[in-house]
Design a protein around this ligand. Sequence first.
Ligand code: ATP
Length: 467
Amino acid sequence: MAESQNLMEKIVSLCKRRGFVYQGSEIYGGLAGIYDFGPRGVELLNNLKKSWWQANVYDKENFYGLDSGMFKHPRTWEASGHVGGFADPLAECRTCHARIRVDKELANVGVTADEKMSEDAINELFDQNRDKIKCPVCGKKDFTRAKAFNLLVKSNLGDFTSEGAEPVYLPGEACQGIYLDYKNIVDTMQPKVPFGVAQIGKAFRNEISPRNFLFRTREFEQADTQLFIRPNENKEAYEALKKDRWNWYLSLGIKENKLRFKQHENLVFYAKDAWDIEYEFPSGFDEVEGIHDRTDYDLSQHMKFSGVDLNYTDPTTAEKYIPWILETSMGMGRVFLAVLCDAYYEDEMDGETRVVLKLAPHLAPVKAAVFPLLKNKPELVEKAREIYSALKKQIPQIMWDDNGNIGKRYRRQDEIGTPWCITIDFDTLGETPELKDTVTVRDRDTGQQTRVPVAELSGFITSKINL
Ligand code: ATP
C-alpha cells in the first residue's frame, strides 16, 4: 500500500514538475477537485482525444460526431432523473467536520451499498459498520447520519435567473446532449439504425470528497458514444461494443493485466446489463469507463418530458419505434491518469537511475527532441535549427532543446516520454564524409543510438507513430 501511494505521489510530482497537470487556481491556494492541464498535459490529452475520435467516429461506418452546448433546458435534468436522484450519501465527522461519501467508505471496508439504496437502508448498513470507518482527516469514528447529497452544480443563465425561476445546471454528464440532438441528427443525416453518436464533453459534479488526483474531480471530461439499435437487438451488439472498447485501451499501450471488466451487481430498473472497464491504479482496480445496455429509457423519458415524438421510422419498412441505446461513457482524466501510471518506470541507464514515461509514440506529448551537440558552436546550431524547422512543419509535436549537457537533455526528455532524441553533431556537417547529413537518433526505451539520414527523419518517426 505504502509503495503504491508512493507511486501516486511520484506521478503527481512529475506532472507538476514537467508541466503535465497543475492544481487549479494554485496561486489562490487551490480549488479542491479542479485541475489544469499544462503544456505537456494538454498535448497528451489531445492525443488521447484524437485516438478516441479516430476509433469512435472515423473508424466506424455509421457514427456521427457531436459537440452540444453545455447548458441545457432545466427539464433535461428532470427527465434524466438527475434532479430527483443524482445523489451520493454524505456524512460529516462530528469532530473535524470533514465530509465522507458513505458508500465509498463502506466499499473500502468490503461492504457493497446498492447505488439506488434508500437513505434508511444505507444508514442501516452504515450503523452496522461504524466501528470500521475512520475519518480520513482526524481518525475519529463519530459521524452524523448519512443524507442524500445532490451532485448537480447549479448555475445562473439568462431567462432562468429571475426570482422564482428554475435553476439551470452545469452538465452532470455529457451524454444528455446526444439525446437532445438525436432527433436533429435523424432528421438531417438520415442515419439507418444501428447508428452511433460520439461526443467529448465536460461534466461537473459536486463530489463530496474529490480524491486520488485526476481520478475523482469536480470538473472533468467524458467521452461518450450512444449506439442506437432496434429494440431487443442488444445482446450481440453489446458484446461487440465491450470488445471494441477493450481493444482501444490495448491500442494505448496499456498492459492487459492491468485492465479488467467488472459487471454491475445491481442494475437500475430499466437497464439490461452494465459493465465497467477498470484499471489497476496505485490505489487498486477502479472504473475508467462504463458500458451500459439502457433499453429505450433515455429517449422515452425525453419524449415524455418534451412532448416531442422521438420515434424512429424505418426508411424501408416504415416501422416506427423508439431505438434502444447501448452507451459507452469514459472519463478522459481517468484514462489520462491510467496511461501515466502504466507508462511510469524507474530504471538504470548509462549507470544512472532515471525516471521514464514509456508512452506509446502516438500519445507522447513530444514525438522527438532536436539537439545541437554543443550550443556554443554556431555551425552545429544552424544545422540543427534547419532540421528542427523542417521536421516541425511535418510533425508539430517536435521540441528544440539545447539546455545543459546531452545526458541531462536525455533525462529531461525521458521524464516527459519523448520517444526519440535527435542529435546534430560534427559528422552531420561532414567531419566523417560518409556520415554527412545523417543524425543520431536515440531510442527512449533501449537507449540505443542509430544513424539516420536527415532526409529520412520524418518518415522514420511517422512510420513508428502510425504503428
Ligand atoms: P463513480 O462510481 O466512480 O462515481 P460513476 O459510475 O458515477 O463513477 P458515470 O456516471 O458512469 O460514473 O460516468 C462515466 C465515467 O465518467 C466514469 O467511468 C469515469 O471515468 C468518469 N467520471 C465519473 N465521475 C468522475 C469524477 N468525479 N471525476 C473524474 N471522472 C469521473
